[in-house]
Design a protein around this ligand. Structure first.
Ligand code: SF4
Ligand code: SF4
Length: 91
């Protein structure tokens, strides 16, 4: 197992984000900010991957993906891409 700090990718679907600031308010680490009426990860390094932002967004406009673990598994499995979550295919 890697001791490396986990890092997270903040995927924002700008088309759906209405800039309500709910995710900003719920984030326990003040990772997120609003800019021009859209959310963005201002301090992604502080993210602990709790997914509060993802769960609280009423518009499913933000999604958290973990970097590192998934990539390591993908490397083991050769060509399989675990970066794309299964639910992404059901849209
Ligand atoms: S809760 Fe959703 S819609 Fe509201 S600012 Fe955050 S990402 Fe945008
Ligand atoms: S996963 Fe948690 S810590 Fe990371 S941006 Fe979302 S609410 Fe903040």
């Amino acid at each position: 197992m890697s001791e490396q700090k986990k890092s997270y990718l903040h995927v924002v679907r700008e088309k759906y984000c209405k800039g309500c600031g709910i995710c900003v308010a719920f984030c326990p680490k003040q990772v997120l900010s609003l800019k021009n009426g859209k959310v963005f990860a201002e301090k992604p390094d502080l993210c602990i991957g709790c997914r509060m932002c993802e769960l609280r967004c009423p518009d499913f406009a933000i999604e958290i993906r973990q970097k590192g673990e998934d990539e390591a598994r993908a490397a083991d499995a050769g060509s399989v891409d675990y970066e794309i979550p299964p639910e992404a295919h059901h849209a």
